[in-house]
Design a protein. Structure first.
Length: 189
């Protein structure tokens, strides 16, 4: 698993950068309309899912634990597609989708970190990213009636913090890969 992650540190970096950009966009325009938020969220969820699925499929023969990454990616793609196909969904349903997506991806990240705890010293970053996702999802479920502006700001804050954590994790994975080279060339440099 560690070889899979270290070879694909660039995918994790791109996920982190995408999250930070998404979060910054929400802070630059906090009065963003729900329709725009729906489209931004759908685009992000699909892009994140596609990157996760691509990474899992590229490395499925090299690593036995690629299924978690694949399932998380498929969940992201599904949430993005559903959001695009049903743009008129209510705010509460959108919050439910976002919350479920955040909780699922958080659980997959924590499970991956638990598998890596004996191999890598920076697994706490992946646990932190997973916990942040779960807490964010639970906050959305606990406070569904808070206004659209508050939701946009929560989403923006979550995206920036989790993006920074993923960027830090990707750099640790890159360093680990340089210290523990494998016979295979890196997939993403």
């Amino acid at each position: 698993m560690m070889n899979l992650l270290s070879r694909n540190w660039g995918w994790i970096l791109m996920r982190g950068v995408a999250l930070v950009l998404f979060g910054v966009l929400t802070f630059l325009n906090p009065a963003i309309s729900l329709a725009t938020l729906v489209l931004l969220f759908a685009a992000f969820a699909m892009a994140d899912g596609i990157l996760s699925v691509a990474s899992a499929l590229v490395n499925r023969r090299d690593e036995p634990h690629w299924v978690g990454l694949l399932l998380g990616g498929l969940a992201g793609i599904a949430v993005g597609v559903i959001t695009l196909l049903k743009p008129g969904i209510t705010t509460l349903f959108l919050l439910g989708l976002i919350a479920a997506w955040a909780i699922l991806t958080g659980l997959f990240e924590i499970a991956t970190a638990i598998r890596l705890r004996k191999v890598i010293t920076g697994e706490w970053l992946m646990v932190l990213a997973g916990v942040l996702a779960i807490v964010f999802g639970l906050l959305l479920i606990a406070n569904p009636g808070s206004g659209a502006l508050a939701v946009v700001l929560w989403i923006g804050a979550f995206a920036v913090v989790k993006g920074i954590v993923l960027i830090a994790l990707s750099l640790r994975l890159r360093n680990w890969g340089q210290v523990h080279p494998t016979s295979q060339s890196p997939r993403m440099a």
